[in-house]
Design a binder for this molecule. Structure first.
Ligand SMILES: [Zn+2]
Length: 243
């Protein structure tokens, strides 16, 4: 399934593989830091980072971005932080600030290598997932893409050690006691899968969507799920995931 996510670009503190030219405003991207640095030297630009933000629930140790709209007289300010605790729904980050959940979003992928999390597998701090090379290139070509669809999947995590499900019995000895969460699908190179938000459809695509939707409605009106509130909530969810 796919979820609509927001993409934000911000100036970076250190050199990155993406930069914005000061003269032309163009974005350029190189596969290696060396090439990007050299290009940036003669082009004269600012290094940038990309952040993919979702509406996913924020928990302790998640990186999040606060779009600080309290400063209405200035440009919107963005602040990055790692959540340390949630109190009455407010998101507290390492600098002790409490952020309003309405304008604080979870960072699910980024080119910013400074945002690290403790890996389930290795017990080392590792960078967050990245958008793919292809996406970064496209983003630079188009000088920005504000909204994308990100592929999610249902992942099982061990209730005891919180590691990802592998096999019937977890390494920690816990026997098939897993909790399931909808999380971004990751490729083996730690990149997320991004699809563009469509705004026009061919006749064939509309037919395919109608078929998917009628299957979905069939499922909804089976006796055990027939419930109007559920149907309406789920219709919005279906639209969010499929359109
Ligand atoms: Zn376990």
């Amino acid at each position: 399934m796919f979820k609509k996510c927001k993409v934000v670009m911000l100036p970076a503190r250190k050199a990155t593989t993406i930069a914005k030219s000061m003269t032309s405003g163009k974005l350029f991207y190189h596969k290696t830091l060396e090439l990007a640095k050299r290009h940036n030297e003669w082009e004269g630009g600012t290094f940038m980072n990309l952040y993919v933000l979702s509406d996913d629930k924020i928990e302790a140790n998640d990186w999040c971005m606060c779009d600080d709209r309290n400063h209405i007289s200035e440009n919107p300010k963005y602040r990055l932080g790692k959540c340390i605790k949630i109190v009455n729904g407010w998101i507290y980050t390492m600098d002790g600030m409490g952020e309003n959940p309405d304008w604080t979003k979870k960072i699910i992928a980024t080119t910013d290598l400074n945002l690290t999390v403790l890996s389930d597998k290795s017990n080392f701090e590792v960078p967050l997932p990245m958008p793919s090379d292809l996406f970064i290139k496209k983003y630079c070509e188009l000088k920005g893409i504000d909204q994308v669809l990100v592929e999610y999947e249902n992942k099982g995590k061990c209730v005891k050690c919180k590691r990802e499900k592998e096999g019937h019995v977890c390494e920690c000895g816990e026997d098939s006691n897993y909790e399931y969460q909808i999380l971004p699908k990751l490729a083996s190179d730690n990149t997320i899968t991004i699809r563009k938000v469509k705004d026009s459809y061919t006749k064939e695509e509309v037919i395919k969507l109608l078929e998917t939707y009628s299957d979905f409605v069939d499922d909804l009106y089976r006796p055990h799920t027939s419930n109007n509130i559920l149907a309406w909530e789920s219709k919005d969810e279906w639209i969010e995931k499929n359109l």
